[in-house]
Write a protein that binds this ligand. Sequence first.
Ligand code: MSP
Length: 494
Amino acid sequence: MKFYITTPLYYVNDKPHIGHSYTTVAADALARFRRMSGDDVFFLTGTDEHGQKMLEAARNREMLPRQLADINSEVFKGLWKDLGISYDRFIRTTEPRHEEVVRKVFAKLLENGDLYRGEYRGYYCTPCEAYVQPGDESECVCPDCKRKVNEISEPSYLLNISRYRERLAKHISESSFVKPDFRKNEVLNMLAGMPDLCVTRKNVDWGIPSPTPEGYNIYVWIDALLNYLSGIGYLSDNALFEKYWPANVQFIGKDIIKFHDIIWPVILLALGLPLPGKIFAHGWWTVGKDKMSKSKGNAIDPRSLMEEYGRDPFRFFLLREVPFGLDGEYSEESFKKRYNSDLVNDFGNLVNRSLNLIETRMGGVIPDRSPSEELAGLTARTFDAYSRKMDEVAFSEAIEEAWKLVVHLNKFLDSSAPWREECLNREQVLYDVMYGIRNVLLMMSPFIPSSVLAMWKMLAFPASPEEEGFDLLKKKLDGGIRTNRREIIFARKK
Ligand code: MSP
């Protein structure tokens, strides 16, 4: 099966923090899981480079917006490389081929009467790049981010949301388009009160020119959303587009629900395209009670954590610590605790002591047996539960399921004590443990791919978890292999 997955495009007015890494790591874990399940995956990510916020950020740095975009899109790319993100395409909204699609779509919407000429009088929140109506006029702050808004009044083109309101409401009610489920009512209410949307900016000089005579630029959100189409060849590479559209899952943060659950499907309905399977909104990382953000000055740099702990513990923490969909409070203590208890004590220790036993008791060769019925049964049940959770995008629960096997294997080692002379079935015990470890490694590979690969090589299992995929779970482990030098993959942190 094909599987098309996307992240939002990140603004390049500043450098990435933990929140940005979160969406991307989540999408990467799911993409890896689907590939290991045998799917043909297309994973799209990239950067959102136009708009007023970019223009202002560049001015503040005395740069041209294009220069700032060039620098910061490379920073995002570099971080994704270091985090092991397996995207298939990184799109920048300043690429000419994207710009062309945006202009063509705009022209088509205009032709079909989905856009009409009008005027906008109201407020604009530059940090959110959003038209907003502050509740309390005397306050003049954005209802979402609580920052100061600007009053604007300008002629504009508007997207006729009213035209699609009922159809979309029906679709939202009857499908799993809006995820998690608890967001459905919120989105339906938002849709009910959503006015038609301005899709041009008159005085923002950094954007894609609209194909109309007035010299407006296209509103940055319309430009950015269309990346999900242009990124897989809409209007340029039909075969690619037909193969992958519609997206199976689109990951977003809860702050951009309005754009993805309402404006985006309206555009698609207007274009006559099928809607994505799921738009899944995750929660926020907070510091104390505040959303982590650069402008609040409370952002945690992913690099510092990666330098201290390594890339995989960082990936693991993000997806294990907080149920996907809910908010989570970040603290270094919780990071360290999670690292020491799960990765060092449970998982790393299991691999380390098992390999040590193979070295000292088996002359470094994994015995060749067949897995005990009990363990084979437990593996099958664990994988079943794990994949169900992955299908539900419940990452932390999927890891919990795999962990049941880790915990079982540690207990099994303790109770059978194959280091004792009296242990009569040492070969079977150690074979079983190795078989169990192989299966845990397969399930953990989407989350911590490089550590798993290092362990896989250390144990001299054939090929790699990603080449083998989950089909391997159905097969026995062929023993008789000589293991490699033991190394500590997760060292305890004080
Ligand atoms: N450029 C738009 C998206 C356009 S998509 C067509 C945008 N960019 S962003 O850089 O501000 O945010 C991108 C993603 O990072 C969002 O999904 C957002 O929720 C996520 N995060 C930014 N800060 C976050 C936290 N503190 N916690 C979790 N994720 C957050 O919006």
